[in-house]
Structure formats: C-alpha cells, structure tokens
Design a protein around this ligand. Structure first.
Ligand SMILES: [Zn+2]
Length: 640
C-alpha cells in the first residue's frame, strides 16, 4: 500500500504518454475538517499526531484507533491520508461541476477505514468522503468495489441510506474482513441498497464477467445513479500476494470498460493490490481503457522498467488455479441479488418515493393554482409548509412518530379550483403540519438557513443524526457538541458557497489559469520536453537492447545492470511534471529499499496465505452446507 505503487503506475502512464489525453491535476490535500465529515474528531486528532513515538506513548488511544498488524503508525501518516482523500474529494468535485466525465485517483480507494478506526491498511476513507461530496449534487450515487476484499467501510457508512447503493464483489469465507455476506442487504431505508456478491477462490475472467455484467446491468437499470464511484482494487488479480482470485489484467479491465460504457460520471479509485508490478500494469491499462486509447503490449522504457522483467509486457495472465465457483453457485447468487433488486425496482425513483404519499396526481394547471393559493395564504412566510412538502424529499420530521397517535385530524383537505378540478391541499391545522412548523422554527432559531434540500442530504449521509446507523451512533453526540463538525454545519457549508460549493484550489494547481501558474506550467513543460527528448533516446536504445537480448537469450542479470545504469543517468528534474492525479509522491526512497521491503512482505504473506488456504479448505464443507440452507431458504421464499 505504499505510494511506490502509484509512482510506478504514474511513471508507466507517462511513458505511454497517456497523460497527454487527460487533464492532470494536483489536488490540494484534504483538511482534518473535511475528514470529519465522516470520521470522528478524536480519531482524526489522533491521526494528526500519530508518529510511531506518539503511538508508543499513547498506548490506550493507539489500541483504540489503530490495529498494529495492519495499520501501524508511521511518519507522515496524516499527510498520506490528506493526499489520498484530497484526490478523491477533488475528483468528486470535478464530476459535480461537469469539468470531467471520468476522474482517476489511483491513490484512493481505501475502503476499509471506519469512522473511528483504521482497518486493513486504510486510515482515512477517501471513498466515503468523495461520495458525500457527490451527494451534494447527485440524488443517487452508486459505489462499486472489485477489490478481492469486501468494501466494508463504505458499506457500513451508507448501510441505512437509499441514496447510495454499495455493490461489492469479493472473496467471502475465512477471509478478511469477514463481512459481506449475501444476506447483508442494508437496513431501514437502506434495505436492498447494499449488494454483496460473495465469491470463492480461483474465479477467472469469464466466470467473473458472467456474474458481474448481469448484476451491474440490473443495478444501473433499477437504481439509476447520477454518478458512480468504482474501487478498482487489483488484489483480485491472478497471482496477488494477498488475493485468491484468478483474474487476468484484461478480465479486471473488462469490468472498468463495462462501467464506462454506461456513460455515467465515473470516479475510478485504486485500492488493494500487493504484487506491485501487476498493480501498476493493470491501472495503466485501465487508464488507457478509460481514455479509449490503445496501448502497445510492449512496455516502453520507464523509471521502473526492471520491475517488469523478464517479460517486459503489459499483461497479467491468469494461472491454471482451480475455480471453486460452480455455475450452480453463481446462478444462485445472481438469482438472490436479482430478488433483492426487485424491491429497488419497485421504487420508481427517489424523487417519487420521497413525495408524501397523500398528494397524488396533480396536473400542472391544478398545481400552479394550488401554489398560488398557498403563496397568497402565506405571504409572510419565506418557505411555506406546502413548499416544504413539495421538495424532492420530505424532512425527517415528517416521519411517523408517537405524536401521530394523538392526531386525529386529517393532514389534507379538498378544494375545487377555478378550472373545476378538485385538488387536495395540506391542512395547516393538522398535527403533522403543526409539528413541521414547530421544527422549522427550531431550525431558524439555530441560526442556519437550511432548506429541505440540505435536510435531505443531512438525513441520508453518513453523518446523519437520525441515529439509525450502527457505527455512527456513538459518535453523533460528540459531533453535535463540537460546533465546527455538526452535520448541520457541514450542510450549511454547501449553501455558504451558494450551490457551487468547492474546496479552495491551491494556487499552483494546474487547474488554475492565472498568470503565475501558466508561467510555471511553461517552465515545467519545457523541462518536461527536454527530459522527454533525453528519455526518448534512452528508451529507444534500451528497448532495442531488450529485444535483442530476448532473442539471443542473454541472461537477466546483464540486462538489469544496463537498465540500472540507464536509470542512474536519469535526473530527477521532472519531479513536478510527473506528480499527478495518481498521487503527489514526495518521499523518494531508493528502489533497492523498496525491493527489500517487498521481499520481506512476500515471505511473511506467503506463510499467511498458506495458513488461510488450509483454513479455507476446512471450511469448504461448512460453506457447502450453508449454501444448501440458503438455497432452501430462497426456494421457500419464492414459494411464499
Ligand atoms: Zn483488498
């Protein structure tokens, strides 16, 4: 999970010159305040200070917030999180403003991070933060996760929301994080809006497509998202150190292509992936897929060329491992998921779903008439009850509560319009509307001019105060006591910016077009073209040599030596130009260090993996039993 993966990917993206076909931006890092839109204040405060020394001193807090096995403290931890999540938030903003159709942040996708706890190499959940940003402009956002691990942090955040559908394809059964059962489908309003596709070891390209494509087709059809966030974790590739699937690079990218084809604003994020050369290969190839640009299978020379040997090609082939996903099992999963989605299908759209049920069928003439009457009757009121009710969503306060038991008066009454049509109007004397008026008053007294639209966001996002989000409830109170981070403040912030909310853009960002930036860009471009012309020469000679050596079957060692000396001759003059959407890489470490660390990880992980496989084998029989039971359950459900 080190920035090294992104550095490799970006270097190869540049070598393929794919960066010429996209706008490369350097987003500002996320602030702690932005992070607390999802995360708890005390957790983020801890992260800001979490050097290894500090973690050692604060044992209790460290145990509470970090899991040492997966999430050790390290120097620069907060900066790392800021860069990663800043990229995803900025990406969401680009989509919101229509500046881009597709945004990539390969340094994002940290799907395990929880509200008050780091998990599975993830400290700050950039995905949840990006989705919250998208929800400011989009009624419904789809989250899709093809990492080999369940996207638990994101699912948990939106488990009770019907504005975010989370779909995760992952290995399930004796595998981290242990969640993501087919039966976990969301709660409350979010019921049927969490889709889990539990898979078994060894799934290959065609099998994966056979389940991925029909499910995603159906999801898009019924949920109709305004934007998609796709986590493209590459630990689902064949040969990953922690994964157990058998996807080739092409099979993985097929999912990206499939989602791109819907033409819906798309935020593509990274995620897991622990065989670094394959991570880089796949994200580079997927960048080309998203750009609709064909790239050569022969790898161009790049900063990390020697890592891609001995083949030096842009490919991750599948292996001959056993596929434990039988056609019957997959059929059962698809059938179950379709059954869940059927409930979503019967919700024509959030818009209609949210309109109060006792106001059916106004035509536009009657509607206009009714609005006039309402305006005349409420001249002193800025937002009348009627206007409130007519918003896309209702307010929390409209939900049935105990007060209703005492209200025996009707919520509506009938009037005849001048055109002779009978329409139903809200009864201002009814308990429901009196209650609503009370609540509106309360809001005003808190000093924030919140429209129902903002309340809608408030209610459904992860920082909701309605208390039905399991993981949030303990935190809601403490958030509410801290003024700067209450959900209302967060929502208020949107309107401070008058609907075009945007985080401030750093002055040296390439998004800006002010004079100094242009000059800087000019210099960068000049350096870059000089750098490239030198690089071209290197590249040509090195590529020729590589081909020759392959043909002559000359040993690996000599080749690596040559490339290393070529690398040594390179300068780092182009650091500025090459830092990009894939992450601002600052901590330059030597390649050798990285390789050593990698080998250590590999040794440890292989042992772990073997253990996992042994355990998994033991549970296969159990799983089969469970599957049988599930089948029976489904059958009896169908019969019912
Ligand atoms: Zn993963």
């Amino acid at each position: 999970m080190k920035p090294f993966r992104m550095r490799m990917a970006h270097s190869l993206i540049s070598a393929y010159e794919l960066d010429q076909y996209m706008e490369v931006i350097k987003p500002i890092p996320a602030t702690s305040n932005e992070m607390t839109r999802f995360h708890s204040n005390d957790y983020i405060e801890y992260l800001k200070r979490a050097s290894p020394e500090f973690a050692e001193k604060q044992q209790l807090d460290t145990q509470k917030y970090l899991n040492f096995d997966d999430c050790p403290p390290f120097d620069g931890i907060f900066e790392f999180c800021s860069i990663s999540s800043g990229g995803s938030i900025s990406g969401a903003q680009k989509l919101n403003h229509g500046d881009s159709d597709i945004v990539i942040n390969w340094s994002g996708g940290l799907h395990h991070a929880k509200k008050s706890e780091a998990s599975g190499f993830c400290y700050v959940n950039d995905i949840v933060l990006a989705i919250l940003e998208l929800l400011r402009y989009h009624q419904r956002v789809l989250y899709l996760d093809i990492d080999v691990h369940h996207g638990d942090g994101v699912e948990e955040a939106f488990y009770s929301s019907d504005r975010v559908m989370t779909v995760s394809f992952h290995k399930f059964g004796e595998f981290f994080p242990g969640t993501g059962d087919l039966k976990d489908i969301g709660i409350g309003k979010g019921k049927h809006h969490a889709i889990n596709v539990p898979l078994r070891d060894g799934i290959d390209d065609d099998t994966y497509s056979s389940i991925f494509q029909p499910i995603m087709q159906k999801v898009i059809e019924v949920f109709r998202p305004g934007a998609i966030v796709m986590q493209c974790g590459t630990d689902s590739l064949s040969g990953d150190r922690l994964g157990c699937f058998n996807l080739s690079m092409n099979g993985h990218a097929r999912c990206v292509q499939f989602m791109k084809n819907f033409g819906i604003p798309l935020l593509c994020l990274g995620g897991g992936g622990y065989t670094v050369r394959n991570v880089a290969r796949t994200w580079v190839y997927e960048t080309s897929v998203l750009l609709n640009k064909e790239v050569s299978k022969v790898l161009p020379y790049n900063e990390y060329y020697e890592f891609y040997g001995p083949e030096y090609v842009l490919d991750v082939p599948k292996s001959n491992m056993d596929n434990q996903n039988s056609p019957q099992y997959l059929e059962f999963i698809i059938k179950s998921v379709f059954e869940y989605l059927r409930h979503v299908q019967h919700t024509p759209s959030v818009q209609l779903h949210e309109v109060p049920p006792d106001w059916p069928g106004f035509d536009s003439e009657a509607e206009a008439e009714m609005l006039d009457q309402d305006a005349d009757a409420n001249m002193e009121t800025r937002i009348t009850t009627l206007q409130n009710d007519r918003h896309v969503t209702t307010m929390n306060e409209l939900e049935v509560d105990n007060d209703d038991a005492n209200d025996d008066d009707s919520d509506t009454y009938l009037v005849t319009t001048s055109s002779g049509r009978t329409v139903r109007l809200p009864n201002p004397q009814s308990g429901r509307h009196r209650r609503q008026a009370r609540n509106t008053k309360q809001k005003t007294s808190r000093g924030s001019k919140i429209t129902t639209k903002s309340t809608r966001t408030n209610r459904n996002t992860a920082t909701s105060t309605n208390g039905n989000i399991q993981t949030n409830k303990d935190d809601v109170n403490e958030k509410s006591t801290k003024e700067t981070n209450t959900p209302d403040e967060f929502i208020g912030d949107i309107y401070k910016h008058n609907g075009t909310a945007s985080r401030p853009v750093r002055s040296n960002s390439s998004i800006l077009s002010n004079e100094s930036t242009e000059k800087k860009q000019e210099i960068e471009n000049k350096n870059y073209s000089e750098y490239k012309s030198e690089e071209e020469k290197e590249k040509e000679s090195v590529e020729e040599k590589a081909t020759d050596e392959k043909e002559e079957n000359i040993g690996e060692e000599k080749k690596v030596d040559e490339y290393k000396s070529a690398s040594d001759a390179e300068t780092t003059q182009d650091q500025e130009a090459t830092s990009a959407v894939v992450g601002d890489v600052k901590n330059v470490e030597t390649e050798n260090n990285e390789m050593d660390v990698d080998s250590n990880i590999q040794d440890g992980e292989i042992e772990k993996a073997v253990d996992e496989i042994m355990e998994a084998e033991e549970t296969v029989q159990n799983n089969n039993d469970v599957e049988e039971n599930q089948k029976d359950d489904l059958e009896s459900a169908n019969n019912l």
